[in-house]
Design a binder for this molecule. Structure first.
Ligand SMILES: [Zn+2]
Length: 258
């Protein structure tokens, strides 16, 4: 087998010549290595053209791997960075003989996590998520009230849950709203935006002109807020943005016209 490294549009590509009929192109984790298996007789120019025509796909795959790398799962050990309402905080884990856990914020950049000896990563994640959930409830409750008054809508219920692909959802018929637990890691303005977005769906279930005009009225900066929100990575195992929607579950979508 003959292998060479070729520069194609600024990307290093490993080209392997093999006794095969068709060209195979792959992008591999963790670093987004690009590898081509090409028929032995294929010219280098033909290989370059074949890769160039698939370059958009290659870049997309590389972006995916880069993003996964940034979002390595937290282990809840000292030294990790954890986000609380948009602020990065350095975690210090304090173990003790006490059976209960406790989270304390110190200053602007520290988070202290008191846990029992011999707790597992799983337990620490659950405790921390319970704390995040309570914090989000505390922060979101007055905002739900404020926006429902300002916008003249009356939600029957709202709640918090973990969602993999969307920041919020609502049911305009039941007048209920769900916020993604992950919003506890985002700036306050992002929480406001998701609430305003879902409440706007009580008036218009679609992302139509009426819907956009409601957002423009109550949060003129919503496009920037949404762009910032979707640019920030989810913390762990979550996608970065939302897509599409079912009739009863309206999503916060990256494009309001979709
Ligand atoms: Zn929506």
């Amino acid at each position: 087998m003959n292998t060479e490294i070729v520069d194609i549009a600024g990307t290093q590509v490993e080209v392997h010549r093999k006794r095969i009929k068709n060209l195979h192109l792959g992008v591999y984790p963790p670093n987004g290595l690009v590898r081509v298996a090409a028929p032995a007789a294929m010219s280098l120019d033909a290989i370059k053209v074949a890769v160039l025509t698939r370059m958009a796909w290659v870049r997309r795959k590389q972006d995916q791997f880069a993003r996964q790398d940034r979002e390595t799962p937290r282990r809840y050990v000292s030294g990790e960075t954890h986000y609380v309402f948009g602020r990065a905080r350095r975690l210090t884990v304090v173990t003790s003989n006490r059976k209960s856990d406790r989270v304390e914020l110190h200053g602007n950049d520290r988070i202290l996590f008191h846990v029992p000896h011999e707790s597992t990563v799983e337990q620490r994640r659950n405790w921390m998520n319970a704390w995040y959930r309570a914090e989000l409830r505390r922060i979101a409750a007055p905002r739900i009230e404020k926006w429902s008054e300002l916008m003249g809508v009356s939600p029957n219920s709202w709640g918090i849950r973990q969602m993999k692909t969307k920041w919020g959802s609502c049911n305009p018929v039941k007048k209920s709203v769900w916020l993604n637990l992950e919003l506890s890691r985002k700036p306050f303005i992002a929480i406001d935006y998701v609430i305003v977005h879902e409440f706007a769906h009580f008036v218009s279930p679609r992302h139509d002109e009426l819907f956009v005009s409601i957002l423009d009225t109550y949060m003129p900066t919503w496009r920037q807020v949404r762009a910032d929100l979707n640019a920030l990575p989810f913390s762990e195992g979550l996608g970065t943005r939302c897509s599409g929607g079912r009739a009863s579950s309206i999503l916060v979508c990256p494009n309001p016209t979709q």
